[in-house]
Design a protein around this ligand. Structure first.
Ligand code: NAG
Length: 215
């Protein structure tokens, strides 16, 4: 029985590991060596003796992102691509700027839960639960408020204040990934057949073709 219990424990442990976001590190750090040709899950490590404080450092989140684009928002990521020292550590962050009326369009992070706080302005935020409920969980946030977007669920933000808005978010992966729904569905390369999208979205196929031409 003791062995069975241990086996079950091990099984649940490995099950947990398979479902968790990033793997736990096996050493103090594994500063990314972008020049390495070795392909691993993450990025190969730099020799620890060569590691410097700057490997764990990024400067620039005080600067507003350029929101002059179709959606009126800009995400400035600080992930393992920007901070080599984040490699294997399972976290990252972003600054998000929103022009008045700007949105961060519906998207998912395949590898991370997100926790967001508003630094300036006011945001309407929301996420949608998976099938069959597809329930919208949404709220209007003010400066200092915090909201969580569970891993992999479609979520969005909209600036509902009078001026610009700024948010900072933490993510539970060194490399959260982003699937922007509209871009993935209407802007894939090559395109998904318009009749498939027309049926899925219950739209006239001509409308689908015209949306596809925008992306
Ligand atoms: C912001 O982006 C727009 C569109 O790409 C560009 O025309 C403009 O020069 C940029 N502004 C700044 C300050 O970089």
């Amino acid at each position: 029985m003791a062995n069975t219990g241990r086996l079950l424990g091990l099984l649940s442990l490995s099950f947990y590991a398979a479902l968790a976001s990033d793997n736990s590190p096996l050493q103090d750090f594994c500063v990314a060596d972008p020049t390495s040709q070795v392909l691993v899950n993450g990025i190969a490590c730099k020799n620890p003796i060569m590691v410097q404080a700057n490997d764990f450092f990024f400067s620039g989140l005080h600067m507003a992102g350029n929101t002059s684009n179709a959606v009126g928002s800009k995400v400035t990521p600080v992930s393992a691509a920007q901070i080599p020292g984040l490699n294997t550590l399972g976290v990252s962050m972003v600054r998000i700027d929103y022009a008045p009326m700007g949105i961060n369009p519906p998207h998912t992070h395949p590898r991370a839960t997100e926790i967001l706080t508003v630094l300036e302005g006011s945001l309407e935020v929301g996420f949608v639960t998976s099938n069959p409920d597809n329930r919208l969980i949404s709220k209007v946030l003010q400066k200092g408020d915090v909201f969580v977007f569970p891993i992999n669920l479609i979520h969005f933000q909209r600036n509902v204040g009078n001026g610009n808005a700024v948010a900072i978010a933490g993510l539970s992966s060194q490399n959260p990934g982003v699937n922007t729904i509209a871009n993935a569905v209407f802007g894939s390369k090559p395109k998904i057949s318009s009749d498939i999208i027309a049926k899925a979205f219950q739209l006239d196929e001509n409308i689908v073709v015209s949306i596809q031409s925008i992306f």
